[in-house]
Design a protein. Sequence first.
Length: 204
Amino acid sequence: ISIASMALGSFAAIGQTNIKRLLAYSGIGHIGFALVGLAAGTERGVYAVLIYMTIYVVMTLGTFAAVLMMRRQGRYVETIDDLAGLSRRQPMLALAFAIFMFSLAGIPPLAGFFGKLYVFMAAIEAGLTPLAVIGVLASVVGAYYYLRIVKLIYFDAPAEAFDRPDRVELQAVLGVCAVLVLGFILIPGPLLATAQAAAAALMP
């Protein structure tokens, strides 16, 4: 199931042009990565999954908050091409969105990298090295469509101007999630300790 989810999510997302559909398929892939940790069948594996899913939820919340803030003439953007030139019109929004894309792709030193590292290490420690290798390969494929979005945001010319973001609650969610994704490497202790305690309780 883990391999199927990673493969479906990674390869199906490549051909998507609709933003929400792309994120949905990539979500399937991320569930596959989490299942790598569960496949280990160890406390370490459960620990890794709890960390991974917490980080994934934060990245996804931030990503959807960013998408909901992107509008042109009152309409929400629908396709990846609609993101072209965002950095020229809304540089801070573009920066936050790029952070989430890099983190979802598993680029170090962002939180998403460590989430994948923990599940792959749990699999290797459980003797599931081939599964971890497949996970790494799927992650490389997945990085393609995330980095393609960053390229559109920063290097393509905008077709038309973006509306100015006006929803304070979305800006708050975006800001908090971006800080958490960036700051995980500096203060990972609370999440790691909570995940360790939960894993110990679930795998006595």
